[in-house]
Each structure stands twice: as C-alpha cells, then as structure tokens.
Design a protein around this ligand. Structure first.
Ligand SMILES: [Zn+2]
Length: 65
C-alpha cells in the first residue's frame, strides 16, 4: 500500500514532499470488517495522521455532549 503511494498526499497538496508512513482509513470503518480490509485507504505522514485523528476525536467528543 505504501509502495503505491510513497508520498503523503496531504503534504503534496500543500506543496511539501513528505514520505507517507501511515495508512489511514479514509472512511471510519465502525468495526465493519469489509471496509476495514478493503479500504478506501490513503497513505499519509504521521504528523498529518495524528493531527487529523485528534481533530476527529475532539469532534466526536463534542457530538456526544
Ligand atoms: Zn503529511
């Protein structure tokens, strides 16, 4: 998977060339095994992955309140 997308797509969109180190699920799989294994995925760098995951978790917390 990382061989297919060796560079972080989100960094490229900002004009930055950064190797992708994490495969992220584009859609939340919600425990759906078919989605978990089939994707869609995107290959991104860890800083982008961590930032987006934290943002999603904060959004989820707000949704629960
Ligand atoms: Zn990135």
């Amino acid at each position: 998977m990382l061989a297919d997308e060796p560079l972080c797509a989100r960094c490229l969109a900002e004009g930055v060339v950064e190797p992708s180190t994490v495969v992220n699920h584009v859609e939340r799989h919600h425990g759906d095994a078919a989605k978990f294994f089939a994707g869609p995925f995107e290959a991104i760098c860890k800083p982008h992955h961590d930032r987006d995951v934290q943002r999603e978790e904060r959004a989820a917390e707000r949704a629960c309140q």
